[in-house]
Design a protein around this ligand. Structure first.
Ligand SMILES: NC(=O)c1ccc[n+]([C@@H]2O[C@H](COP(=O)([O-])OP(=O)(O)OC[C@H]3O[C@@H](n4cnc5c(N)ncnc54)[C@H](O)[C@@H]3O)[C@@H](O)[C@H]2O)c1
Length: 346
């Protein structure tokens, strides 16, 4: 079977992650790279694929079936819509947009053109999360009552030499917490309302370095998320799920979900339940599920290929990207206003 041609727009850090996986894929083929930099051109030459300085000339001169949009956030929507208008499916990196209104433009373009869109919340493609969702949907935990998420880690000082990372919107709520919000939405369903606090007490930049949020899910469950990029701590999914070699692997857990009949920690997929009497005085049983390890970025791209072929529905649609962005922005708004923010749907 011929490989599905995929172009990459934006060959920076995450663009190169995608390029690396496409080049090694049995079902996908790197069709072109669009990136104005010399480094982007050199990468295209080294891989012997066409290079373009911008996505317009790429779309004019090549016919990929899909394109990965891995450019800075503010460019995502216009580039993705240009792809859809040319009949090219788009895998759009997260956050899908800077604002909910922009994200809505993509949702509308997708329904108008009927061309597939996948938003790059890659954790959904990790087999650990797929298994966790199966466990939750099977009802083994009973009615879910709480979810606790830890995301505390240390960004080194040189990281902040780039100006936008010190400004509002450049901080861990929009860059890191968005992954946690999307994972909770994937596992537990829609978020109804959010309360939050944030602090810049350690670095004193305009941007937050620490935040804590309390969320109410539509199903009635409550959740807490604790976030800091100035903490010497191993408790974050990126360290313990082992998804990226750039972070040293830690044998700790970051997510804790409790239901009336059982509880689950992640990423180790430990599940606790009572076999007999259901009481805090009774013995509790621990079961573990061992899933095969897999690289979620590879699985995400394979899923994108299947989506292009019409074999699957998007695991993270444009609307999912919008709703995850909306709930993440609600954390910032709740922290800024001190008010409970209702997460309205479009
Ligand atoms: N899913 C993940 O795990 C993950 C991880 C990192 C970044 N991201 C997201 O991916 C996006 C890119 O982040 P990054 O860290 O790779 O940034 P980056 O700055 O390393 O890369 C961006 C690239 O886009 C290129 N670019 C700029 N303007 C362009 C244009 N007009 N046409 C084509 N290319 C252009 C730049 O030259 C650069 O190579 C962001 O939205 C970010 O939030 C996702």
């Amino acid at each position: 079977m011929p490989k599905t041609p995929i172009a990459v727009i934006g060959a920076g850090a995450i663009g190169r992650t995608h390029i690396d996986r496409i080049v090694r894929s049995d079902s996908l083929q790197l069709a072109a790279i669009a990136d104005p930099t010399d480094a982007g051109k050199a990468l295209a030459q080294s891989l012997n694929v066409p290079w373009f300085a911008d996505h317009h000339s790429m779309l004019d001169r090549t016919q990929p079936r899909g394109a990965v949009v891995a450019t800075p956030n503010s460019m995502h929507i216009s580039m993705a819509v240009d792809c859809l208008e040319c009949g090219v499916a788009a895998l759009v990196e997260k956050p899908v947009a800077d604002t909910v209104a922009e994200a809505q433009v993509l949702v509308d373009a997708q329904s108008r053109t009927g061309v597939p869109v996948l938003v790059g919340h890659h954790r959904r493609h990790n087999p650990i999360n797929r298994r966790a969702r199966d466990i939750l949907q099977s009802g083994q935990l009973g009615r879910v009552v709480t979810a606790n998420v830890m995301a505390t880690f240390l960004k080194p000082d040189p990281y902040f030499n780039v100006a936008w990372r010190r400004e509002k919107g450049g901080g861990p709520i929009l860059i890191n917490l968005i992954h946690e919000i999307d994972m909770l939405r994937f596992l537990l369903g829609e978020i109804a309302s959010i309360q939050a606090l944030s602090s810049n007490a350690v670095r004193s930049f305009a941007v937050e370095d620490t935040a804590a949020a309390v969320v109410r899910f539509e199903n009635g469950a409550l959740g807490t998320l604790v976030l800091s990029d100035t903490a010497t701590s191993p408790w974050i999914w990126d360290f313990c799920a082992g998804e990226q070699d750039q972070y040293p692997r830690q044998e700790v857990q970051s997510h804790f979900i409790a239901g009336t009949h059982g509880s689950l920690s992640l990423p180790d997929l430990s599940m606790w339940s009572y076999r007999g009497e259901r009481s805090w005085h009774a013995e509790i049983t621990l079961e573990k599920t061992f899933v095969h390890k897999a690289d979620p970025y590879t699985w995400q791209l394979e899923h994108f290929g299947a989506l292009i072929e019409g074999r699957v529905e998007p695991l993270c649609s444009a609307l999912d990207g919008l709703r995850t962005l909306q709930a993440t922005l609600a954390v910032s708004e709740a922290a800024a206003t001190g008010q409970t923010v209702e997460v309205n749907k479009p």
